[in-house]
Design a protein around this ligand. Sequence first.
Ligand SMILES: NC(=O)c1ccc[n+]([C@@H]2O[C@H](COP(=O)([O-])OP(=O)(O)OC[C@H]3O[C@@H](n4cnc5c(N)ncnc54)[C@H](OP(=O)(O)O)[C@@H]3O)[C@@H](O)[C@H]2O)c1
Length: 264
Amino acid sequence: MASQGLDEGLDGASGAGEKAAMRILILGGTTEASALARALGHRRDLACTLSLAGRTADPKPLPLPMRVGGFGGPEGLAAYLRAEGVERLIDATHPFAARISRSAALAAEAAGVRLLAVRRPAWAREPGDDWREVASVPEAADAIGATPRTVFVTVGRNEAGAFARAPQHAYLVRTIEPLDGVLPVPHLTEIRARGPFGAEAEAAFMRERGVEVLVSKNAGGPATYGKIAAARALGLPVVMVRRPEKPAVTCVDDAAGALRWLEG
Ligand SMILES: NC(=O)c1ccc[n+]([C@@H]2O[C@H](COP(=O)([O-])OP(=O)(O)OC[C@H]3O[C@@H](n4cnc5c(N)ncnc54)[C@H](OP(=O)(O)O)[C@@H]3O)[C@@H](O)[C@H]2O)c1
C-alpha cells in the first residue's frame, strides 16, 4: 500500500501566524474526483489527500498527495479521519461503489466530520432508446436472452465474470485493467481502453464488430455516454444496470458543486 500523510499537501501553507490548512479527504476513482484534485492542487489553504481503492494499476498522476487501499470498513475509515485530523470528507466515488459510500456516511458521523457526496445524475432514457433495465450485473447477463448474440460489455473488470452464466454469447469486453481470466467463455474478445469515448467512434466500433446488444451500468456523466448515444443511433438494445442505493447525505452533481461547498 502506498501511503502519504496529509501534511505533504500543506506545502508551506501554515507558517507562524497563518491559519492552519483545512484537512480534507477525497474518496476518488472517478472523473469528478480527478477534476477536484486538479482544481485543489494549487490551494495552500487546504490540505487535501486523494484516496483510491487501488483497482487501477497505473492511475493518472494528479497534483494531490494520494493514499491507496481500503481503510478496513467504516470503523477503519473513522479511525483514519480521527488520526489524520480530517475536517471534511468528500465522497466522490463511482455511483456503483456502494460499500465505500456507506462507510463514508457511517465514518463521518462517528468521527464528527462534515461529509459531501459528489453524485453525478443518472442517464435518462431518451426518445429512440431501447433500454431493458435490470438491478444487477448477473441479471443483465440473464436479460440478454437464450439466443446467442454479439454483446458489448462495459461494466468494468470486477463484475465481468458474471457473464460466465450465459456462455452462449460472443462477448466484446472493454475494461481498463486486463480481464486475467475472470470471464471463462468460448467467444471472448478483450478490449483494453480508458475513456472518454465519443458517440461517433463508439457507433463505428459497434458497427464494425457487429454488436447486437450493449450492456452498461447507468454510470451517468458525459465521459462514457457515447456508447448510449451510439446504441440509440444504431437502433440497438441496451441492457442497463440500475444504480445501487447510496446513503442519504448532502450531495452535489459535480466537482464545481464540491468546490462551492468547500467555500461555504
Ligand atoms: N464500481 C464501479 O463500477 C466503478 C467504476 C469506476 C470507478 N470505480 C472506483 O473504483 C473504486 C472501487 O470501486 P468498488 O465498486 O469496488 O467500490 P466498493 O464496492 O464500494 O468498495 C469496496 C471496498 O474498496 C475500498 N474502497 C473503495 N473505494 C475506495 C477509495 N476511494 N479509497 C479507499 N478505499 C476504497 C473500501 O475498502 P474498506 O472497506 O477496506 O475501506 C470498500 O469497502 C472506487 O473508488 C470507485 O470510485 C468503481
